[in-house]
Design a binder for this molecule. Structure first.
Ligand code: XMP
Length: 520
C-alpha cells in the first residue's frame, strides 16, 4: 500500500477546466494531500478511502444540454463534504433537481463584486465589509435552488453565486477562488479543508520527491533514460530526480543550439559534470539550428522547427546508447495548459510550448515528464529538496526555444551575439542591484527595427532592444516590474555604450494578459 493512501486527502474531480490543477495546488499550499480524479477514476475500488472532501471543478460543458458529464448520485450520499466550483456548482444544482439556464445576456467574464447575504462556514473571514471581488467565467446561471439549499452570496448578474446545503455539507460557488484575481480565494479553500472537511495537514513537497523517485524506478526498471538537460531549473531538477532513481542509467545530453544566454551553456556543463557527477554529453548543433531557422520569421514555425529538431537529435543520440527507451523532459503544468488546443477546453491554443508542441506525432522514445503536475515555484522547492544549488534553483525561467523567440523576425548569428551581450549586461546589473530575486523573469529581446541615433558626432542606424521584467506567481499572469528610473537610465547607457548594434532601449510595460511574457 503506498503511503499516500493512509493520509487525509481532498480529491478534485476534473470536468476539464483550464485551472483544475490550480485547485489541487491551493489545497497543497495548506499542506493537505490533494489528488485530481477523472470521471473514469470514480469507477475504481476504494477511490474515496481517507477522502475528507470532494471538489468538483469547472469545465466547458453545460448542464443545460440533454447529455452532460456528471458524477454518480451515490457520491452525494457518502457523507463527504462537497464543494462545486463553476460547472461543479451547476452540476450540484442539476443533480439535486434545481434549475440552471444558459443566459447570454447575463454572462460574466472577469471581475465581479460579490455581496454577502448570509453567514456560512465556507465564507468565514472571506468578505470585507460584506463584499469581495471575485473572478467569474460563466454564461450558465442557477435560477432555482434545489430543496434544502440556501443562498450565501450574489453578484448583480447571478443571484446564486454561493450556495450551501449546510446539513449535508454541500457547497457551490460560481466564481473561481483558485485564481489569484479572486481576492482572498485561498480563505474559501482554508475554510472548506479545515472547518468543513476537518482534514489534517499530512502533506509535504518532500513526499512528492520520494513519490516521483519511486515512480521513475518502477517505470524505467533496468532500461536507460536520456534527459534533455539545458541548465535551467526544470531540466536540472528532472535530471537530479532521475539520477537519484536510476543512477548511471541516466544519460544527460546538452544540445548547444547556439540560442542560449551568454556563457550559460559552458557554465552549466561544468556544474553538472563536476559538482553532480552526472553522465553528460554535449552536442554542438548550433550550425544546423541556424541553417534550419534561416529566414524563418513566423513564431509558431520557429517553435515547431526547434522542437522537432531537438527531438530528432535525441532520437539519433538514443540509438547510440543501448537500451534507451525513455526521454525525460522538464515540462511543467503551465506549458501543457497553454499548449492545449480548443478541444476539451474553452481556451484556444496560445503558443506551442517547445516541450509540448514540437513533439512529432510518432516517437520512438517514451516520455518521462516528472514535473508536469507542478508549477515553477513548486519545482524550485523540489530542487532544494533534491540538493540543487541555489544559483540554479533561483534562475529565472528560460524558454525551450531560447533566444530564437527573443529575436523578432529572422535569426542570424550576428543578431544572437548582439542580443547575448545586451542581455548579459541587463542580468548582471539586476544581480548587482539585488533586483534579480525580486523579479519573476527578466530578459532582453531584439526588435527587427533599426532607428537613427547619434553617437559622438556620427549618425548611427542600429537595432532597438526591448527590456522585459515581470513579476508573477506562476507565469500564467504577470505584471511588469516597476524599476527605479535611475536603474533604467543606467541600463540604457550601459547597453548602448557597450553593445555595438543597438542604439535604442525600450521598456515593455504591458502585463499578461493581454500580452504574454515572451514576445513570440
Ligand atoms: P508566455 O510567453 O507564454 O510564457 O507568457 C509563460 C512562461 O513560459 C515560458 N515559455 C516557454 N517555456 N518552452 C518553455 O519551456 C517554450 O516554448 C516556452 N515559451 C514560453 C516563458 O519564458 C514564461 O516563463
Amino acid at each position: 500500500m503506498n503511503s499516500d493512501s493512509n493520509k487525509d486527502k481532498i480529491v478534485v474531480i476534473d470536468f476539464g477546466s483550464q485551472v483544475t490543477k490550480l485547485i489541487a495546488r491551493r489545497i497543497r499550499e495548506y499542506s493537505v494531500l490533494s489528488k485530481i480524479l477523472t470521471l473514469k477514476d470514480l469507477k475504481k475500488k476504494n477511490i474515496f478511502r481517507n477522502v475528507k472532501g470532494i471538489v468538483l471543478s469547472g469545465g466547458p460543458s453545460t448542464v443545460t444540454k440533454n447529455s452532460f458529464p456528471k458524477i454518480p448520485n451515490e457520491i452525494f450520499n457518502l457523507n463527504i463534504p462537497i464543494l462545486g466550483i463553476c460547472y461543479g456548482l451547476q452540476l450540484i444544482v442539476k443533480q439535486f433537481k434545481g434549475k440552471v439556464k444558459a443566459n447570454i445576456k447575463k454572462r460574466e467574464f472577469g471581475r465581479a463584486v460579490l455581496i454577502k447575504k448570509k453567514n456560512s462556514l465556507l465564507t468565514k473571514n472571506f468578505f470585507k465589509k460584506n463584499k469581495s471581488v471575485v473572478w467569474m467565467s460563466h454564461q450558465d446561471s442557477v435560477y432555482k435552488l434545489p430543496l434544502d439549499f440556501s443562498k450565501i452570496a450574489s453578484t448583480s448578474q447571478s443571484t446564486m453565486t454561493i450556495i450551501e446545503n449546510k446539513k449535508r455539507k454541500i457547497y457551490g460557488i460560481q466564481f473561481h477562488p483558485e485564481v489569484t484575481h479572486t481576492n482572498n480565494g485561498n480563505i474559501i479553500f482554508k475554510n472548506f479543508i479545515f472547518d468543513i472537511c476537518k482534514a489534517k495537514k499530512q502533506w509535504k513537497l518532500v513526499f512528492e520527491k520520494k513519490r516521483i523517485i519511486k515512480e521513475i524506478k518502477q517505470t524505467v526498471q533496468k532500461s536507460k533514460v536520456i534527459c534533455a538537460l539545458s541548465g535551467g531549473v526544470d531540466s536540472s531538477v528532472v535530471a537530479l530526480l532521475i539520477h537519484k532513481a536510476i543512477g548511471k542509467n541516466l544519460k544527460c545530453i546538452m544540445v548547444d543550439t547556439g540560442l542560449m544566454r551568454k556563457n550559460e551553456f559552458k557554465e552549466s556543463y561544468q556544474i553538472f559534470k563536476n559538482k553532480y557527477k552526472l553522465n553528460v554529453k554535449i552536442i554542438d548543433a548550433s550550425k544546423i539550428y541556424f541553417k534550419n531557422l534561416r529566414n524563418i520569421t513566423d513564431p509558431e514555425k520557429k517553435r515547431k522547427i526547434i522542437g522537432s529538431l531537438f527531438i530528432k537529435i535525441f532520437e539519433t543520440e538514443a540509438k547510440l546508447f543501448k537500451d534507451v527507451k525513455f526521454l525525460a523532459q522538464g515540462t511543467l503544468y503551465p506549458d501543457i495548459i497553454e499548449s492545449r488546443s480548443v478541444s476539451g477546453s474553452k481556451t484556444s491554443k496560445i503558443k506551442s510550448h517547445h516541450n509540448v508542441g514540437g513533439l512529432p506525432k510518432k516517437m520512438n522514445l517514451k516520455l518521462i515528464e516528472p514535473l508536469k503536475e507542478f508549477f515553477k515555484d513548486e519545482v524550485r522547492k523540489l530542487g532544494n529538496a533534491v540538493g540543487l544549488a541555489k544559483s540554479i534553483s533561483k534562475k529565472h525561467p528560460f524558454p525551450g526555444p531560447g533566444l530564437a523567440i527573443r529575436i523578432i523576425g529572422n535569426i542570424t548569428t550576428k543578431k544572437v551575439k548582439i542580443l547575448q551581450e545586451a542581455d548579459h549586461i541587463f542580468i548582471n546589473e539586476l544581480i548587482k542591484s539585488n533586483l534579480y530575486d525580486k523579479i519573476w523573469q527578466a530578459y532582453v529581446a531584439l526588435l527587427p527595427v533599426k532607428t537613427v541615433g547619434v553617437m559622438g558626432d556620427s549618425r548611427t542606424y542600429e537595432y532597438i532592444c526591448l527590456i522585459r521584467a515581470v513579476i508573477s506567481e506562476d507565469g500564467m499572469t504577470a505584471d511588469y516590474f516597476n524599476f527605479p528610473k535611475n536603474f533604467l537610465d543606467e541600463i540604457s547607457n550601459k547597453i548602448i555604450n557597450n553593445v555595438k548594434g543597438i542604439n535604442r532601449v525600450v521598456y515593455d510595460i504591458t502585463s499578461k494578459p493581454p500580452s504574454t511574457i515572451e514576445l513570440e
